[in-house]
Design a binder for this molecule. Sequence first.
Ligand code: HEC
Length: 192
Amino acid sequence: MNTRSGTFAKRRPLAVISTLVFLLFGCAPIAQQEPPQPASVQAIAEGNIENGRKLFMGYAHFENEGPPCMGCHNLGENGILGGGALGPDLTNVSSERNDIELASVLSNNRWTKSPVMEPIYTQHPLTEKEQADLIAFMKSSAGEPQEDKELLVLGISILATIGAAIVLGFIYRNRLRRIRATMVEEAEKELL
Ligand code: HEC
């Protein structure tokens, strides 16, 4: 009996390790994805501005579940608080880059690529139609004022902090008083 439980104890780590190895590598996707294709000139000409806006802002989901552009980019007057600041402001990007270059960034194909976006949108490629709609949307914003919303965001954060302090102060206004009352009560009990 001793020997039996002994072998079991010795084998258990092996079972645990092989399960972990299976979970780590066995679940990795087996099939490689097709490299995404840049949107054709034809598709870009038919791009839908409104749909591009929804995709950019995250109101509509990308087919392959990529993150919305808004997380890293600002574009014109969109969004109350503006977009993220990791990527450049794209308001006037269409006056600096032509359609083919834009499609190249969005598909990680050809020469214009973003080292930050490439790993993300290689994993979650944008379809040709999505690229076309996004490009139409970016082109539609050219010339809009580029709003710097950092001050607004800062102001809102400061107000929210003060507000939270006031609300918490109100909720816990009796906290210390109650502790002191209990301490006094206990001290009195001990004295009696
Ligand atoms: C994780 C952050 C991130 C996300 C999400 C992201 N981008 Fe970018 N993007 C960047 C950065 C950073 C750059 C600048 C190049 C670089 O440093 O990689 C860039 C560059 C670009 C450029 C080229 C700008 C130029 O002047 O050359 C375009 C166009 C662009 N992004 C469009 C988009 C669109 C459309 C989406 C949504 C599908 C998107 N980006 C999502 C970070 C992001």
